[in-house]
Write a protein that binds this ligand. Structure first.
Ligand code: SAM
Length: 220
């Protein structure tokens, strides 16, 4: 199990039914079943080959009827809405597509690889409550959003862009990520071929990152 998977697993709740959408290897579902954190698990993957990896890993649980594999788009082929859905390791727009095609589960754990701001805005528009929303690192940086399917919530524009916990209780990982992004943007600005429009856009992003870093460091 990689550090990323271990951190994701540490945020999965104890539930009756769990679903791992885009399960691929199936490690998170194995954790849920073998740690007694769910009674039944649904796993789905749109790729037959990826689902096959999880089917191999979870063979005993599938034979025992505790794990139900489906080769399908998102949650569309599950016979019931799971108590908790995990969708990890794919783009934010794909996560939004998957959530849009089904009833919202009572709880969710999402780890988008990009476009996390869009996922946040979508969850808020769907009336979800966000419990945790932070950046973690295993060498690379990832966002993790843990929440409930109902209850509603409100975010500022900055919280949608950067994650609420990152701004309210910034972790060293988040500050490192901000610094890394600033270095990358400064490098981009060194490129003389950058168009005026792109340069303005990059400067704007850099300015926002510097403002956040200054605000966080002012609080330390
Ligand atoms: C990079 S893997 C991530 C695997 C695992 N969730 C993780 O975080 O390590 C993404 C997986 O999602 C699957 N996938 C992408 N879109 C999907 C969809 N709409 N429904 C089900 N699976 C999907 C891909 O086939 C792939 O196996």
């Amino acid at each position: 199990m990689t550090e990323r998977i271990r951190i994701i697993c540490s945020h999965l709740p104890v539930v009756r039914t769990f679903a791992d959408v885009g399960c691929d290897h199936g490690y998170c579902t194995r954790f849920m079943l073998e740690e007694g954190r769910c009674e039944r698990a649904y796993i789905s993957d749109i790729s037959r080959e990826s689902l096959g990896k999880a089917e191999l890993l979870l063979r005993e649980h599938i034979l025992a009827g505790r794990c139900i594999p489906v080769c399908a788009d998102g949650m569309t082929a599950f016979p019931e809405t799971p108590d908790c859905v995990l969708i990890a390791g794919m783009g934010g727009e794909e996560i939004i597509h998957i959530l849009s095609e089904a009833d919202m589960p009572p709880s969710f754990v999402l780890q988008p690889m990009r476009n996390t701001d869009k996922v946040r805005a979508y969850l808020l528009s769907r009336g979800c409550r966000i419990l945790k929303d932070f950046t973690f690192s295993d060498g690379k940086y990832y966002d993790l959003i843990v929440g409930e399917g109902a209850g509603g919530d409100e975010y500022t524009d900055w919280e949608i862009a950067y994650g609420r916990d990152n701004l309210r209780t910034p972790s060293p990982e988040f500050v490192q990520k901000l610094r890394k992004e600033q270095r990358e943007l400064r490098k981009l600005l060194e490129d003389a071929a950058l168009s005026r429009e792109s340069r303005e856009e990059v400067r704007g992003r850099l300015y926002r990152l510097e403002a956040i870093t200054d605000a966080i460091e002012g609080d330390l």
